[in-house]
Structures are given as structure tokens and as C-alpha cells.
Design a protein around this ligand. Sequence first.
Ligand SMILES: O=C(CO)[C@H](O)[C@H](O)COP(=O)(O)O
Ligand SMILES: [Mg+2]
Ligand SMILES: [Mg+2]
Length: 221
Amino acid sequence: MSLETALQSLKRGEFVLLFDSAGRENEIDMMVAAEFVTPEHVARMRQHAGGLLCIAIDNQFANSLELKYMHDILADSSISNKEMIMGLAPYGDHPTFSLSVNHYQTYTGITDNDRSLTIREMANIYNVENKQKKFASSFKTPGHVPLLIASKGLLAARQGHTEMSVYLTQIAGLTPVSAICEMMDAETYTALSVDKAEKFAKQNGIPLIDGKELLEYAKVH
Ligand SMILES: O=C(CO)[C@H](O)[C@H](O)COP(=O)(O)O
Ligand SMILES: [Mg+2]
Ligand SMILES: [Mg+2]
């Protein structure tokens, strides 16, 4: 499946699957551009992915919202258990987690309706003039959707699903906010294998992007 086909899917508000690499998490995330997310997207990610549903945003947007990485927030805080703070994950990257949020119009925050509202409204903030003010007045933390901040320098700096998914929204000409969720395997209790993900992709007509291919593309564009 070509990258162009995947970008067309994203522009239509459809899913793509995104594999990072065997040497990293070795995981496949279901991804959709946040601006299009409906309750049905959230339900499908729960059912077919089953990992943690997150919102990935670009670094500049995070700065304009005055958001920081959670590991930095905790390091600067007065908590006594600082040895617990995750510096690097076992595969070598720093976590991209920031605050978790709920849109203020949600109830519990976890339903498909609630999470889709939170995700969509995060994308909508991108186009608002005073982003920080609107963000602070429209969202509550802690909430049920973690925000992930893509690295400054994007793929040149870090090759995670956070950066790859944000990059895909950028090159598709969409608001650079994505919803991503790891695909899990309920038979093996591990991450879904590439083989099984390929089968799922074929059966459901969803493009699967190999991170390697995306990195090659980014090098020449
Ligand atoms: O851990 C994660 C949050 O559920 C996922 O791996 C997600 O894909 C984003 O992280 P990364 O950029 O490290 O791949
Ligand atoms: Mg992860
Ligand atoms: Mg990942």
C-alpha cells in the first residue's frame, strides 16, 4: 500500500495502521486524524486496537498551550518519589506523555461519546487565536485521554508513533493532531504481530504504513 493511499485515507477521516520498527516498540498503532474523530472511531479503536487511546500533538502547538512533558512536570514538583520518574523506556526513548485531559462538556470522560469530543476539540483548539486561554477554559486535567507531545525536530529527533502520526497529519495537510492507540492481541496477551496486523489491514481495507518507509520519505521531502 503506498503512502499516497494512506494519506488519502487520512484526509477522508479513515484509519491507517502505523508500525514503528522491530528495534523499537515493535508495535502497530491504529491512527486517525483527530479533527475527524467520532464516537464510532473510538469504539473501533477500543475493539480492534485495545491499547491506550492518546492524542498526539506537535511540539509548537504544545508550547503554545504551555504544556510540558509529564516527566519534567514531576521532576519540577515537590513529590518525594522522584526515583519513580520514567527517564527512558526500555527501548531507549523518553516518554511523550504530558497531561491527560477531558473536555469540560464530558461526564465521566471515558465513554466513546466523551473521548471523541475531547479528541476532536483538541484539534479544534489548533485553529483558535488565543490557544492557551481556550485550552485552559475548555479542558480539565487529570482526564481520560493522555496528551503526547511530539519532539521538536519531529522524526529527526525521535521515531515514535507520536512523531510519525503527527508527521502524517502534516503531510496530509490536516490539523497536526492525531488519535493513536496500540493494537493488542487478546490471544497472546502481547502486542499484535506485524503478520496479524497485515491480515487485519487487508480484511478491513486499512492502509498499513511501515515506519521505515515514512522515514525514507521524510529524508527526501
Ligand atoms: O506508549 C504509547 C502511549 O500509549 C504508545 O507507544 C504511543 O504509540 C506513543 O508513544 P511512542 O511515540 O513512544 O510510540
Ligand atoms: Mg508505547
Ligand atoms: Mg508507540
